[in-house]
Design a protein around this ligand. Sequence first.
Ligand code: BTN
Length: 321
Amino acid sequence: MREKILTNLSKEKFVSGQEIAKKLKISRTAVFKHIKALRKLGYVIESVPRKGYRLIASSKSLHPLVLRKCLKTSFIGHPVIHFDQVASTINQIMLKAEKSDEGLVVVAEKQSKGRGRFGRQWFSPRGGIWSSILVKPNRPTAEAARLNIIASLAIAEAIEKITGLDIQIKWPNDVTVDGIKVAGVLTEMVGELDRINFAVVSFGIDVNNKIPSELAKGEKPLATSLKEVLGTEVDRVALFCLILKLFEDYYIQWQESDFTPILRAWEKRCLTLGKKIKIKGVSKVLEGKAAGIDENGQLILKTDDDKKHVLSAGEVTILKG
Ligand code: BTN
């Protein structure tokens, strides 16, 4: 019903409560209650006695009612479950994963226990985009890391399109502006040896939020937000819709045809390749040249003794020289 009320509101003129009530066959009190609920969602609606209601501004929230205007996907984001605040979108989607179809998206305005790679805390205040996508690809587990490639490429391209900024990716999945992280991707998978049952692709983007001072300080800060870089707010709704659309397009391309063009597009944005790097893995630290990336997104590192190492995860520092 809130959706129907919204389509009956106009930015140009006032529409009376009575007119809406008559059209939608509900009482004027019911109209008023729905207007109140819409205001709570962030819609700015003016009301003037004897004139009625006028829509002043759309909501900036990532609620599905707001997204419906711009979400052009066929299955990603159908449905979107929205939380004003939640511990972590990952926990929520994991609870529903077995019984849900692929495409389910969970998004929150704020997370109290957001988590990042290596079990690190992920600061998730209002103003960012904190989301998880459920997928059930019909693929062997060895290909699961391709989801990181798809997600980080979709995020990088969407940010570039919406903001005009130049966006690079630091292997494996940090999305950066001028080498400073603005978004991260985390993929978790449940599967058997040769088959992915389901995977949860999660991402956090620092859009209009503040960054904690310990990450934002210094000559080379560890993180920044799009608002900080641009000096102006970014349309989170448009950005989120575009990310979901690009993610869906690449996901379908991978499932139905060829992953190679996706990998090539990702490589073009990768600031790690060809550089001298230090990589901290689970058990050891290695130094060498980032020589390439294999078809599943694993990094090929060539150490000074000319040995090749194939790495699927790790924390990269780009070395000078
Ligand atoms: C990284 O460490 O770079 C990955 C960060 C992933 C953060 C996102 S925010 C939405 C989802 N919920 C979480 O608790 N973490 C992920």
